[in-house]
Structure formats: structure tokens, C-alpha cells
Design a binder for this molecule. Structure first.
Ligand SMILES: *Cc1c(COP(=O)(O)O)cnc(C)c1O
Length: 397
């Protein structure tokens, strides 16, 4: 061994004892991983998780997280992306080719629509919106170029709960009639369900995407996404596009999500209970014409939610009377103390944000009044209700 300190510091003789086992999985960081010999360098395969070749292609930490996310959703394979939105656009890029078409629910997550209307359009891939609450509308819109159908349960912000089995059945029938080598694939944005409210593959979808940013992280401090599949061919297609794009997630972020997973089920159900209580209460307040939450009778898709789901996430939206000017709705939001103004959800702190639904909808939206979406955190539900009550004064004066 060299006498030069710079070499000795790096090639040091000490090896820690083997057998360190603890509750948390180890955090392994690497761009480079060593191969024992040239033969191994040439033949090691990372795609089936039988070996390690490069940090970008998996570490023990990211493989562990992938396996756990796949298990929670009842799938077999998982690919991790740097954000939920990156997971959505990864699926688009992996599956769609020039001349093909993607169908998107009218109430889907907005930035995913933007990717279709700008990047996909520029690459010669068309998109159309369908009414997620009307399977006949999807059946009508499936055409010879359709290759991918997005689903989301419930819709973003407006929270209509669709009949996923019926929508999947439309696609299955179109595939049976078409007998193409490139069948239509269904991809569900399952961020809301998180693998807890329902099992996405039992409802028939081919791909389940999540923003791990939300429940799996739980801390409002990580951005990450996942693409889970049961079918190996589909998984490989997503995995290889992911590889060619060079998408990576930081292992410290993977560690945070692994840490969040242990409490996810408890958090989901606790936030569910608080949210239902606040949503029901909000529906009785003057100036509120409707509260949107799949577990509330009268909310769009409530019966389907009861049939297909056993829990609900921490979101509800309040639609206000059309006579209440937006300025007073804004004043209500500004007056809230425990509810912070912010995007995202499923973290410890409650959030709210006013939305203008009209322009983002291609199909009819029945309300003329303003809408505020609430994301309920882990605070005492009693305190949250008091906060809403004191802020509502701004709405009605
Ligand atoms: C938040 C969210 C996303 C995007 O996740 P990011 O990690 O913030 O990019 C996608 N879909 C749904 C339904 C979401 O709520």
C-alpha cells in the first residue's frame, strides 16, 4: 500500500463487522459500483434486480422502496421517478408514438394535461378529453389511433369518483374488436387511493402511477413518483424509457419515503376521519352550496366509491354560492390560520387553495360560484373546525 495519505485515506484497511441490522434499511449512495472482475462487469444485469451496475440503475435502497410500493398497490414491478408529474409524463413517453392518441379524463391532474397539449402535441401525438363519469363518452372517443387511456380516481380538485371497472371494460372491448399488436393500455393516477382506499389492479387497470410526494412521504418534504405494473412486458417498456431518459431519485429521498411508509396506513385513516367530519360540517355552513368528497352522499360518484373503495383521502372541496364574490372567498382563505395556503396534500399541516374550475374544463361544470380545495393534515379536528368557523366570518360579511 502506498505511503501517500491521499491513497491510504481512500484505500483504508478497516472493514466494519458484517451483520449490522436495524429497523431502517441502509442508505446506499453511489454513482459508481465496483465489479469483482471483467466477466461480472460485462454480464451483471440490473433490470431484474439480480445485480447492481450503476447508481442510476438501482441501489439496495431504491430496490427496497420499489418492492414496497409495488406490494402496497398489489402490483409486481415498480419504477421510481423524480416527481409524480415525472411519473405521469414517463408513462406517456414510454407508451406513445407519433400518430397515436392518448385519452385523458376532463378532470385529470392539470400539469399532466399540459404535457399532452404541449410536448406530446409537438411530437405528433394527439390527445382528447373524455367525461370520466360517462363510460359511453370514453367508448365513443376511443379511435383507431388510441393507444393510452388515463384514469384518475377521484378527479383532481373536483373529486368525482369514476366507475373504473366500467371505463376499463370500454377499453377491453375496443382491444377485443381491434386485435392490434399495440393494444390500448389503461393507466390510473392512484395518488389519492395510495394503495389503501382500493387495489388498483383489482379494478382492472394496467398501470398505476402515484405521486409518492403525497401519502407515502407524508412529510411534505419529498418529491417522488412511481409507476407500478403487473405485466412484465409493460414494466420493461417503462423501465427502458426511464433508463434512456436518465431519470434518477436521490437515495436520501428514498430513505424518507421508506420512513414514511411505516406510518402511512395510520395517517391515511386518521386524516380520512378528520376530513369526513370537516367536509360534512362545511356542507352545513351558509354560503356553501356543495361539498365535494366521494364519501359524502350526493357527491358525484358516491355510490361507485362505496362499491369500489373502503377509505377516502384527506381532500374535500367546497363550492360557494355564485353571489359570493371571489374577493370574499380569497379573504376567507387569507383569514385561515391552521390551514396554510399551498399546493400538494397528505402532509402533517392542513392546506387550502382557491381554484377556478371553469377554464380547465372542456365538459360542463355545473357551478358558477368559486371553489376552495382543502387538504386536511394531522392537527386536532376540533381546532381545524374552529379555524374554518372563524374564517367563514370573512365569507359572509
Ligand atoms: C400531486 C399530484 C401529482 C404530481 O405529483 P408531484 O410529485 O407534485 O409532481 C400527480 N397526480 C396527482 C393526482 C397529484 O395529486
Amino acid at each position: 500500500m502506498s505511503d501517500d495519505l491521499s491513497t491510504r485515506l481512500i484505500h483504508h484497511a478497516y472493514k466494519p463487522p458484517e451483520g449490522f441490522e436495524a429497523v431502517a434499511p441502509g442508505v446506499h449512495k453511489a454513482s459508481t459500483v465496483f465489479f469483482p472482475n471483467v466477466q461480472a462487469l460485462r454480464t451483471t444485469d440490473w433490470k431484474d434486480k439480480s445485480g447492481y451496475t450503476y447508481g442510476l440503475h438501482g441501489t439496495p435502497t431504491t430496490f427496497t422502496l420499489e418492492e414496497r410500493i409495488a406490494t402496497i398497490e398489489g402490483g409486481h414491478h415498480c419504477v421510481l421517478a423524480p416527481s409524480g408529474l415525472a411519473a405521469v409524463s414517463l408513462v406517456d413517453m414510454a407508451l406513445l408514438r407519433q400518430g397515436e392518441e392518448v385519452l385523458i379524463p376532463h378532470n385529470a391532474y392539470g400539469p399532466g394535461k399540459s404535457f399532452a397539449s404541449v410536448e406530446l402535441a409537438a411530437w405528433g401525438i394527439t390527445h382528447r378529453y373524455f367525461d370520466a363519469m360517462d363510460p359511453a363518452d370514453l367508448a365513443r372517443k376511443i379511435g383507431p389511433a388510441t393507444r393510452l387511456v388515463w384514469l384518475e380516481a377521484p378527479g383532481s380538485v373536483t373529486l368525482e369518483f369514476p366507475d373504473i371497472p366500467a371505463l376499463v371494460e370500454c377499453v377491453r372491448q375496443a382491444n377485443a374488436a381491434r386485435q392490434s399488436a399495440r393494444p390500448i393500455v389503461t393507466a390510473l393516477d392512484n395518488t389519492w387511493g395510495a394503495g389503501i382506499a382500493f387495489q388498483p389492479f383489482d379494478l382492472g387497470v394496467d398501470i398505476s402511477v402515484q405521486a409518492l410526494t403525497k401519502y407515502p412521504s407524508g412529510g411534505a418534504d419529498v418529491l417522488m413518483g412511481s409507476v407500478v405494473t403487473r405485466d412484465l412486458t409493460l414494466h420493461r417498456q417503462v423501465l427502458l424509457t426511464h433508463m434512456r431518459l436518465g431519470l434518477n431519485i436521490g437515495v436520501n429521498d428514498a430513505e424518507l419515503v421508506l420512513r414514511g411508509l411505516s406510518s402511512m396506513q395510520l395517517r391515511y385513516h386518521a386524516q380520512d376521519a378528520s376530513t369526513r367530519e370537516l367536509a360534512a360540517w362545511m356542507g352545513q355552513q351558509p354560503g356553501v352550496v356543495q361539498v365535494l368528497h366521494p364519501a359524502l352522499p350526493g357527491s358525484p360518484g358516491h355510490d361507485t366509491w362505496r362499491r369500489d373503495a373502503t377509505a377516502a383521502a384527506c381532500l374535500f372541496s367546497a363550492v360557494f354560492d355564485a353571489t359570493i364574490p371571489q374577493a370574499r372567498i380569497d379573504a376567507f382563505c387569507d383569514r385561515l390560520c391552521l390551514f396554510k395556503l399551498g399546493w400538494s396534500w397528505a402532509g402533517p399541516i392542513s392546506l387550502c387553495a382557491p381554484y377556478d374550475i371553469g377554464p380547465s374544463r372542456t365538459q360542463g361544470w355545473p357551478h358558477a360560484g368559486g371553489l376552495v380545495r382543502f387538504a386536511v393534515g394531522l392537527e386536532s379536528v376540533h381546532d381545524l373546525r374552529a379555524d374554518l368557523a372563524q374564517a367563514l366570518v370573512a365569507l359572509n360579511t
